[in-house]
Design a protein around this ligand. Structure first.
Ligand SMILES: NC(=O)c1ccc[n+]([C@@H]2O[C@H](COP(=O)([O-])OP(=O)(O)OC[C@H]3O[C@@H](n4cnc5c(N)ncnc54)[C@H](O)[C@@H]3O)[C@@H](O)[C@H]2O)c1
Length: 280
């Protein structure tokens, strides 16, 4: 991909990983649409990319919790670029708390933004992607799916659901040559806690996490803070995988043991079930 004229759309692109992905696309000569609920910031970042890389870039205020706004963004991209080759659904909000403390309304907010928001983005942009000769659709999940930590149940469950959404879409798009990638980032220096706090609806407003939540999280998964990298560096590591249409992309190199152990356990359960079914 990137033979010329290709366009990328990234949600949650005003900062952090989304901005890094948009910048990596611009650096490869792609036109880019940056979508974010923070319209001022995303507009300014798009201008910077246009200036730095000499590509057409625009930013647009879009809340992925608002289906009308997401569909309007797809119309705006069609008007401006007349095509879309890569869409990255990257928005994710975080809210810490023990399972016993998280309320139904808190679960609903996190799942609505992270999961239903990703489905809204896919639904709105698939008609445009279908017109691309080599369409790519990517979803930002989290390494929390591969190596979870405590006090992040709503967030991690939402990221498991993003994986489930993507795996299902991949099957539904199998005959259309639209490749679907799931991205598993680990620790990045970003504004994630600050932007998640800002994004909380007024009726749910509370501290995003208590000191005891962070302590419990680190105790349950000491590897979590071992390597926290720059989001642009993380994006550089995964963008080629997205453009190739790989099924999975991982930002950090420290997950092999967690992935292997889980799959060994699942394999063992599958073997036990097979043996039980065979009466052996
Ligand atoms: N930072 C990390 O360590 C880390 C680790 C694993 C996964 N992730 C995931 O990476 C993605 C990007 O996070 P980041 O760390 O770059 O954080 P970030 O806060 O820098 O970027 C997220 C962006 O999403 C925007 N946003 C939030 N809610 C939105 C909404 N409803 N509609 C539109 N835009 C919205 C924010 O304004 C912000 O610009 C998220 O999905 C996050 O869950 C981050």
């Amino acid at each position: 991909m990137t033979a010329g004229g290709e366009c990328a759309v990234v949600t949650g692109a005003a900062s952090g990983f989304g901005l890094g992905l948009a910048a990596e696309c611009a650096a490869r000569g792609m036109r880019v649409a940056l979508l974010d609920r923070d319209g001022d910031r995303v507009g300014a970042e798009a201008e910077k990319l246009a200036h730095e890389y000499g590509v057409d870039a625009f930013g647009m205020a879009v809340d992925v919790a608002d289906d009308t706004a997401v569909r309007a963004a797809a119309d705006a991209v069609r008007d401006r670029f007349a095509r879309t080759d890569l869409v990255v659904s990257n928005v994710g909000v975080q809210l810490f708390g023990a399972v016993e403390r998280l309320t139904d309304a808190e679960w609903q907010w996190v799942l609505d933004v992270n999961v239903v928001g990703s489905a809204r983005v896919a639904r709105a942009f698939l008609p445009l992607l279908r017109e691309s000769p080599a369409a790519r659709l990517a979803f930002t999940s989290s390494s929390g799916v591969l190596a979870p930590a405590s006090r992040m149940a709503a967030y991690q469950a939402s990221k498991f659901a993003v994986l489930g959404l993507a795996e299902t879409l991949r099957l539904e798009l199998r005959d259309e040559d639209i490749r679907v990638t799931v991205v598993f980032p680990s620790g990045m220096v970003s504004r994630h806690l600050e932007t998640s706090q800002d994004a909380q609806p007024d009726r749910l407003r509370r501290s995003i996490g208590e000191p005891e939540d962070f302590a419990a999280m680190h105790a349950s998964n000491p590897g979590l803070a071992a390597s926290v990298i720059d989001p642009r560096q993380a994006a550089g590591n995964v963008i080629d995988a997205l453009l190739r249409g790989d099924r999975y992309a991982i930002t950090h190199g420290d997950l092999t043991q967690a992935v292997t152990e889980r799959h060994q356990d699942i394999h063992q359960a599958a073997v036990a079930a097979r043996d039980a079914a065979n009466g052996t």
